[in-house]
Design a binder for this molecule. Structure first.
Ligand code: ADP
Ligand code: ZN
Length: 218
């Protein structure tokens, strides 16, 4: 299975992708995680990426596409993968077609008020990147990752100012990608979230059921 998980910031892309990875044994390629790793290195590329991410703006397409190509070259051919956070522009969607064919787009539909509530209370594991929420998806022990014991932190772009910018960027630049896939009649799975405290398992069950129906997983 080669899937794209698509939705606004805070829609649960990373949360579901990490659970689908555990359940289905697929690889996850998360663009935001890759950039956070790159930013830790104080290279020219790292510093450039940081200028965009800190403001909630998109990293330029040519940079993103090159980084993605290199990362995809490392994925196992047999396992399949889920792309989280790519493509975020029509240009990226077009480039992807030249890199690898995609089987399905998993679309997450979440109202703005839930996004804002979730992002402002989100925490991430410093060590493994697992996603928590101090109100709606708490770790067993405060400030500590259930999976690896790592320390939880708040992303520097999860502040109200930058969250607003990211939502705007999504609406202007990323939402049109959905239309692009609709026009090309790509298989789509849609999950609509209506409650802020909906357990990830509910969405997951629905998504897996649809993937089975499309015969993308057994
Ligand atoms: P979110 O929680 O908003 O979905 P991510 O962790 O996926 O955030 O991405 C964080 C930031 O990394 C984005 O706000 C953007 O600056 C940059 N980024 C991630 N993926 C892309 C992409 N495909 N194109 C351009 N910039 C990207
Ligand atoms: Zn962890």
């Amino acid at each position: 299975m080669k899937a794209i998980i698509f939705g606004p910031p805070g829609s649960g892309k990373g949360t579901y992708a990490s659970r689908l990875q555990a359940q289905l044994g697929v690889d996850v390629v998360a663009m935001g995680d890759i950039f956070r790793e790159i930013m830790k290195e104080h290279t020219q590329l790292g510093n450039k990426v940081k200028q965009y991410v800190e403001k909630g703006l998109l990293v330029p397409d040519n940079v993103v596409i090159e980084v993605l190509k290199q990362r995809l070259a490392k994925t196992s051919k047999s396992k399949g993968f889920i792309l989280d956070g790519f493509p975020r522009t029509i240009e990226q969607a077009k480039a992807l077609e030249g890199i690898v064919p995609i089987d399905v787009v998993i679309q997450l539909d979440v109202p703005d008020w839930i996004i804002i509530e979730r992002l402002s209370t989100r925490r991430i594991c410093k060590n493994c990147g697992e996603i928590y929420n101090i109100r709606h998806l708490k770790p067993k022990k405060e400030g500590v990752c259930d999976k690896c014991g790592g320390q939880l932190y708040q992303r520097s772009d999860d502040t109200s100012e930058v969250i607003k910018e990211r939502i705007g960027v999504y609406e202007r630049q990323t939402q049109p990608v959905l239309q692009y896939y609709k026009e090309r009649k790509f298989p789509q799975i849609e999950f609509k979230c209506k409650e802020v405290n909906m357990p990830p398992e509910v969405a997951l069950e629905r998504i897996v059921k649809d993937l089975k129906r499309l015969k993308l997983v057994q």
